[in-house]
Design a protein around this ligand. Structure first.
Ligand SMILES: [Zn+2]
Length: 243
């Protein structure tokens, strides 16, 4: 059990809740927990619902009589304490990215999928570049232009030899998994599918899927933890609703 919310300060909150011997108000006998801050940072608070500062704390519990700490009752925690609502949470609360971090991950994911499709589809056709620029601007890359994107694709091709590869090269698969894997657990199924469809529409902009495009989209679907059957269904669906 974690301490209740309250404005009376940590000690009184814990006192009032844990006094097991029923003293008149529960303040004479009980277990006091003194907290020590280990580190701090920013997290998404599941209690008050937003990006907040937190303190990671461990506690020492002591049996208290007449306000005097006596026997040690061991350690408790660690817990994550929200600086705003002061609720305590388990360390798993830190697994969820902040909204700022999540939006950055999403932008990076779109960028990675777009580049993956462009570089595996042979030399980037004008129509594919057009579609890619639209997608990237929609994702927040406001300064993206065809010229810049085309230059980036050419540079990647020259650097890695991607365009000469008929299939999805291992390095590209690793990039997709690195960009999409950590994001996937935090997206609803519709969000994961939307990412894949963005890539599919760029692949379709200059004609039907090439084997290499199918390969890279299947890899992206795998990284997004979309079932292979659903990936196939989505790729077909994208051909019917290109925009
Ligand atoms: Zn909070």
């Amino acid at each position: 059990m974690l301490p209740d919310r309250g404005r009376k300060g940590r000690e009184s909150r814990i006192f009032g809740r844990t006094a097991p011997f029923g003293g008149r108000s529960g303040r004479l006998i009980g277990v006091r927990t003194s907290w020590t801050t280990v580190c701090d940072g920013e997290f998404f608070c599941p209690g008050c619902g937003g990006d907040r500062n937190y303190q990671r704390r461990t506690g020492r519990r002591r049996f208290v009589f007449l306000g005097v700490p006596l026997l040690s009752r061991g350690e408790t925690g660690p817990v994550v304490e929200c600086a705003a609502c002061q609720d305590h949470f388990g360390l798993e609360a830190l697994d969820h990215p902040t909204t700022v971090r999540l939006s950055t991950m999403l932008r990076d994911a779109v960028h990675t999928v777009v580049l993956a499709v462009l570089t595996t589809g042979g030399s980037a056709a004008r129509a594919a570049l057009d579609a890619a620029v639209t997608t990237l601007r929609g994702a927040g890359f406001d300064d993206c232009t065809e010229e810049r994107l085309g230059a980036l694709v050419d540079a990647l091709a020259a650097d890695t030899g991607r365009l000469a590869e008929p299939d999805c090269v291992p390095g590209l698969a690793i990039e997709l998994h690195e960009a999409l894997g950590p994001l996937a657990p935090h997206l609803a199924p519709a969000g994961r599918e939307a990412l894949l469809l963005q890539g599919a529409r760029i692949a379709l902009a200059d004609g039907p899927y090439t084997p290499a495009e199918r390969d890279v989209l299947a890899t992206a679907g795998c990284a997004l933890t979309i079932d292979p059957d659903d990936v196939a269904r989505l790729l077909v669906a994208a051909t019917r609703t290109p925009r």
